[in-house]
Design a protein around this ligand. Structure first.
Ligand code: HEC
Length: 104
């Protein structure tokens, strides 16, 4: 009982510190994107697009942004986009989700 409590505490601390418990999880990335990005971006291919920001589909397939570009953007957003203050693990998850949208 005590031991499992300690393990849970360590796990929560690791998550809070942004250490990915499961590395690069596109399903988690989709959920994070729905929560934090969908107010401006069309996150899923069948989401209605908006004029406010390019859809994720456009970003990977029309702009052809590399995973490195996406990672760098999310670590240091600029222009009209507010900084969502993502952890490294959250960025990994969101970039891996965006990679699932890439056509080729
Ligand atoms: C408040 C609105 C808003 C939210 C929320 C938002 N974005 Fe953006 N995002 C923008 C706007 C506006 C741009 C275009 C900025 C520019 O080019 O100056 C942009 C641009 C981007 C780009 C770069 C597009 C390119 O290739 O030029 C990426 C990648 C991106 N957003 C990802 C995300 C992700 C992932 C999230 C969620 C964590 C997110 N955005 C949340 C408004 C938003």
């Amino acid at each position: 009982m005590l031991r499992s409590g300690i393990i849970a505490t360590v796990l929560l601390a690791a998550m809070a510190a942004g250490q990915p418990v499961l590395a690069d999880d596109p399903v988690a990335g989709e959920v994070l994107s729905e929560v934090w990005c969908s107010s401006c971006h069309a996150v899923r291919p069948d989401d209605p697009t908006s004029d406010a920001a390019p859809s994720f589909d456009t970003i990977v397939n029309v702009y052809e942004r590399s995973p490195e570009f996406l990672w760098g953007w999310l670590a240091h957003p600029h222009g009209a986009m507010p900084n969502p203050n993502l952890s490294r693990g959250e960025i990994d998850d969101i970039v891996s989700y965006m990679e699932t949208l890439r056509d080729s």
